[in-house]
Design a protein around this ligand. Structure first.
Ligand code: PAF
Length: 284
């Protein structure tokens, strides 16, 4: 496995692979890798001849008061895990390599999709994500890039961006990796105390309950979401949102929508946990 810090080195390596006719897969990360990230690497490897991973804690997607400074930076452990998964190239640039002029003047805004769910409470977050992913795609020029379905809104925004801007990258969504009790694996789970950790899977359990209710015919989504939010609050969560949305537009779903996502975000002590579940309404 080769590790590089400059854009020029990534481009030279990828150019050489492409000259050999090899297909290149890409997994962008902010490091602090866990089994969910490694699943992304495995998925990219299955579809491609060479795999590139990036490790970059992107300052432009953190809002004021968010955890940019304290975000766990575990480069050595990350490199070991990537090596074990036979990653071919790791791009771990310093901030100045990605943002040489400081804050960029050019931003990628995927309008509309960023106003719902996490976008509503994290203004500017998805603009930072879309911008850095565009830069990384321009640097790596991958044939395919893998993203986790856990960050459903991020995945939907990137799919839309790639479509709108004719980016020549295939986007692969990879199912959420879960602990044995159902908690979605996340870098931020490390912030949970022992008692919070045992409560945390309730978020997933309430998504399952909401899914069962919808499958049993419930169509009053606002009322269903209010009930689920109240139940989570009673268990000790501070709910940011619990919504049923249209899977493509992310707008609140109406009774006629068929492709749905139930998405939730809630604080449990320090960390804000997110999770989601897709479902399709078949029949009436
Ligand atoms: O999902 C993440 O870790 C980040 O949002 C990403 C896609 C690496 C962009 O910084």
């Amino acid at each position: 496995m080769k590790r590089v810090e400059t854009i020029a080195e990534v481009r030279a390596q990828v150019r050489a692979w492409k000259a050999e006719g090899l297909r290149v897969g890409f997994v962008p990360t902010m490091g602090n890798l866990h089994v969910g990230h490694l699943k992304l690497v495995e998925a990219a490897r299955e579809h491609c001849d060479r795999t590139v991973a990036s490790i970059f804690v992107n300052p432009t997607q953190f809002g004021p008061g968010e955890d940019y400074e304290s975000y766990p930076r575990t480069l050595d452990a990350d490199l070991r895990q990537l090596e074990q998964k036979s990653t071919d190239l790791v791009f771990a640039p310093p901030v100045e390599e990605m943002y040489p002029g400081g804050e960029p003047r050019t931003w990628v805004n995927v309008e509309g999709l960023d106003q719902y769910l996490c976008g509503a409470s994290r203004p500017g977050h998805f603009r930072g994500v879309a911008t850095v992913v565009t830069k990384l795609f321009n640097i790596v020029a991958p044939d395919l890039a893998a993203f986790g379905e856990k960050d459903y809104q991020q995945l939907a925004i990137i799919r839309r961006m790639v479509r709108d801007l004719c980016m020549p990258v295939e986007i692969l969504g990879v199912p959420t990796e879960r602990e044995s009790d159902g908690l979605a694996v996340s870098s931020r789970n490390g912030y949970l105390s022992e008692s919070e950790r045992s409560l945390a899977p309730e978020l997933y359990h309430h998504l399952l309950q909401a899914r069962d209710a919808i499958q049993a015919g419930e169509r009053n989504y606002p009322e269903l979401c209010r009930t689920m939010s109240r139940a989570l609050e009673e268990r000790g969560f501070t709910v940011d949102y619990f919504d049923v949305v249209n899977a493509e537009t992310l707008a609140p779903a109406g009774p006629d929508d068929r492709q749905l996502v139930i998405a939730a975000a809630a604080w449990l002590g320090k960390p804000r946990l997110i999770d989601n579940m897709a479902l399709e309404i078949v029949g009436a």
